[in-house]
Write a new protein. Structure first.
Length: 120
């Protein structure tokens, strides 16, 4: 496929879908729909994933979307921060997996993970 053809490909869209196993636990974390899932559509039709800068742009979009679907009103509670971080990490990992682009997967794998310390 020629490079310019990738922009002509059918609309490429990934839905960042997050399945919430225990809806009652996450009720305060995100405004979940009745089916227990929250999603945001991230469009990347304008990006050419053969370029590193576009891969980074897509990763940034996916990361931002994962933060939005796992919104927490009160970040002062360490327990809620841990739940939100786990939610965001799972949503981002699932989105990267669905895009199925090796450069994006490598970027995601290389990103350092910072965790909030808590009581054991």
């Amino acid at each position: 496929m020629l490079m310019h053809q990738s922009r002509l490909a059918p609309s490429r869209v990934v839905a960042v879908a997050l399945a919430i196993a225990a809806a009652s636990l996450f009720a305060d974390v995100a405004s979940a729909r009745d089916d227990g899932q929250v999603s945001i559509v991230v469009k990347y039709r304008d990006l050419d994933l053969s370029h590193s800068t576009d891969v980074e742009a897509l990763y940034s979009r996916l990361k931002n979307a994962s933060q939005k679907v796992c919104y927490v009103y009160d970040m002062r509670d360490l327990r809620m921060q841990r739940i939100k971080n786990a939610c965001s990490d799972a949503a981002l990992s699932r989105a990267v997996e669905r895009v199925n682009e090796p450069k994006l997967t490598a970027l995601h794998a290389a990103e350092p993970r910072i965790r909030v310390a808590g009581k054991s």
